[in-house]
Design a protein around this ligand. Structure first.
Ligand code: BJW
Length: 242
C-alpha cells in the first residue's frame, strides 16, 4: 500500500484534521456537509463574535459538545493509538478539538486548535479547566472564571488568534526530524497548520496524504492514498502491528 516500507525504528508523525473524525460522526468544516455550510464562521469562531454576542457563541459550543459527546473514536484513531501502544515512535499533531485521539488511547498528542472539553478565562487568567462531562444542562459549561468572575470561553483557537507558540515550536521540531508524515483528513487551507507538512518534506521525510479527495497538499506529498481514513490507516500500519 505504501511505496515506502515502514520500519520499526521509523519516527512517524500524524497531522490530522476533521476528516479523520468524519467516520465517527463529527461534521467536517468544509465540503458538502461541512459545518460552515450551515453557520457563518465569522459569526461564531472569532474573538469578535464572542465579544459581540457571547451567548450565541457559547450556545453553538453547547450544541457541538452534545454532538461530539456522542461520537466514538473510529478505526483510524485506534490504528494510531495501537501503534503508539506497541512502542513505536508516534506523535499526533491534530487540528481537531474533539478529543477522539485521546479517547482512542493516543498519548503523544499536540492539539493545535485546542479542545472542546476545556474552557479558560476570556480575560486571560491562566488556568485551563475541564468541562464536566455530566454538567447540567448537558453540553454546557461553567460560565464564570473562578479567579476573576469574567466569562469563561472554550479553549479553542478561533480565526485571527495565535496558536500556542509552544505547540508550534514542538510541532516544528518533531516535523523536522520525523521519518514519515501522514497528513490525514485535512483540507489544508487553514494556516499555520496547512504549512507544517512542508517542514517535514524539506527535511527529507516521506510524506503521505490520506484523504477522500485531492487537496492543495497533494502535489507536495510523495504519495496520496485516496479513501476513508478509517479504512486506510489500519492497512497502512498493519505491518508494524502484527
Ligand atoms: C476525509 C474523510 C474521511 C472527509 N477520510 N478524509 C496566511 C494566509 C491566509 C490566511 C491566514 C494566514 N495565516 C493566518 C491566516 C488566517 C487564518 C486562516 O488560515 N484562514 C484561512 C481560512 C485562509 N488562520 C488563523 O486565523 C489562525 N491564526 C493565526 O494564524 O494567527 C496569526 C494570524 C492571525 C491573523 C492574521 C494573520 C496571522 C487560527 C486558525 C484557527 C482555526 N480554527 C478552526 C475553528 C475552530 C472553531 C471550532 O472548531 O470550534 O479550526 S477553523 C477550522 O478549520 C477548525 C479546523 O481545525 C480547521 C482546519 O480544518 P480541517 O481539519 O482541514 O477540516 P476541513 O473540513 O476543512 O477538511 C476536512 C477534510 O477531510 C477534507 O479535505 C475532506 O476531503 C476530508 N475528509 N472525510 C479522510 N473519511
Amino acid at each position: 500500500m505504501l511505496k515506502r516500507e515502514l520500519k520499526e525504528e521509523d519516527r512517524i508523525t500524524i497531522l490530522s484534521g476533521a476528516g479523520i473524525s468524519a467516520e465517527s460522526g463529527v461534521p467536517t468544516f468544509r465540503g458538502k456537509d461541512g459545518l460552515w455550510k450551515g453557520y457563518d464562521a465569522t459569526q461564531l469562531a472569532t474573538p469578535q463574535a464572542f465579544a459581540g454576542d457571547p451567548e450565541k457563541v457559547l450556545e453553538w459550543y453547547v450544541w457541538r459538545r452534545n454532538l461530539i459527546g456522542q461520537c466514538k473514536p473510529n478505526p483510524a484513531h485506534f490504528a494510531i493509538a495501537e501503534l503508539e501502544e506497541a512502542g513505536r515512535d508516534v506523535v499526533t499533531i491534530t487540528q481537531n478539538i474533539d478529543n477522539l485521539h485521546r479517547e482512542a488511547g493516543s498519548r503523544n498528542i499536540i492539539e493545535l486548535h485546542g479542545n472542546i472539553w476545556k474552557i479558560r478565562c476570556s480575560a486571560g487568567c491562566p488556568a485551563i479547566l475541564d468541562v464536566p462531562r455530566d454538567f447540567n444542562p448537558p453540553g454546557d459549561a461553567p460560565r464564570e472564571c473562578p479567579t476573576c468572575g469574567k466569562l469563561l470561553r472554550p479553549h479553542i483557537v478561533w480565526f485571527g488568534e495565535m496558536l500556542d507558540p509552544a505547540d508550534i515550536r514542538t510541532s516544528e521540531e518533531r516535523l523536522s526530524e520525523t521519518d514519515v508524515l501522514l497528513i490525514v483528513g485535512t483540507s489544508g487551507v487553514v494556516q499555520p497548520a496547512a504549512s507544517l507538512g512542508y517542514i517535514a518534506k524539506s527535511a527529507g521525510a516521506y510524506v503521505v496524504e490520506v484523504n477522500i479527495e485531492a487537496t492543495p497538499l497533494s502535489s507536495m506529498a510523495d504519495q496520496s492514498l485516496f479513501g476513508a481514513a478509517g479504512e486506510i490507516l489500519p492497512r497502512v500500519f498493519e505491518p508494524l502491528l502484527s
